[in-house]
Design a protein around this ligand. Sequence first.
Ligand SMILES: NC(=O)c1ccc[n+]([C@@H]2O[C@H](COP(=O)([O-])OP(=O)(O)OC[C@H]3O[C@@H](n4cnc5c(N)ncnc54)[C@H](O)[C@@H]3O)[C@@H](O)[C@H]2O)c1
Length: 346
Amino acid sequence: MRVLVTGAAGFIGSHVAEGLAGAGHEVVGIDDLSGGTRENIVGNVKFCKVDVRDAEATERVVKDHEPEVLCHLAANAREGASQFQPRDVCGRNLMGYASVLVPAIQAGVKKVVLYSSMAVYGDQEPPFDETMPREPVDVYAVNKVAMEEITEILADVHEFGYTIVRPHNVFGERQSLRDHYRNVVGIFMNRIMRGEPLFIYGDGEQKRAFSYIGDSLPALLRAAELRPELDGEIVNVGGKHPVSINELARMVAAEFEAEPELVYLPDRPREVKYAYCTWEKSEALLGYEERLGLEEGVRRMAEWARKLGPQPWTDERLELPSKKAPHIWLGNGSGGSDSRGEREQP
Ligand SMILES: NC(=O)c1ccc[n+]([C@@H]2O[C@H](COP(=O)([O-])OP(=O)(O)OC[C@H]3O[C@@H](n4cnc5c(N)ncnc54)[C@H](O)[C@@H]3O)[C@@H](O)[C@H]2O)c1
């Protein structure tokens, strides 16, 4: 079938595009390369550099390809920074999605797979299961909630199928190591390789169930199948075993045989302390299996990261720097070696 993958040069999107192309589908991938890289485009994927906020350019690609399935992953997924980048986050997430959906529906798309997020559950009591209400507590999650609801409404009115997946804390090869705003596993690895301390928000006892891409990918790919039992379903996809950020820091440091300094910072505004999901529905509907798990995933990602070597931090400023922003996100924007934990909060 013909598939359009947005965010195809990013971490998860590149694996999804490669996997679908490898299964024999005709895959076009689009990405503006703001977070992803061309090197991430692997296999028989036709790549177009397009910013999904550019309605005309997006429409041209969608109409040329006439996708039967749209896998939408393009995003600014910096959940923690979204309070300080609301314009960019709303533009790339909610507005970008509408910009792809309209021509896709016009071109007769049969199914939309929205890669949403566990963030939509907010700070309810975990484990989060798919029947819980949407209770977003940050700007990124508000966007994901709106995108989910728009999918449901438009699918009803314009009659296409859809599946919403809610991945959580996925990590692995091809994840950006340069972005100091998100993805703690990659940030820890890059800091260790650069000889920098590991910054931990609060007491480090917040818990997440990290999911290695090799475990999540088969389920994330199956979500794109045109199977009637997937239609209209919402499915969590991710790890089964919550660990604390302190445990994760120890595990990553041990993998690099390093003893980095741990620097504890104030809580990050709007960070949910305990966030992990049920997995029964993903097992039943998408055949989710945790075959490799966190430790093996960290080992494999570290092997890849070591080959890549230490990466420079992207220097991207916040739209709304404020005294509530972690101070390592302020200053020169690098969060790098000059942003030590002992510096005063501005
Ligand atoms: N990684 C996770 O743990 C996780 C968890 C939950 C949900 N998700 C969701 O999965 C999707 C992929 O996340 P990821 O971790 O691979 O992030 P990523 O940043 O690696 O990928 C997102 C891609 O979208 C691209 N992009 C951003 N704005 C764009 C625009 N305007 N036009 C075209 N492309 C644009 C970026 O360049 C990037 O390549 C996102 O929708 C994210 O919200 C990820």
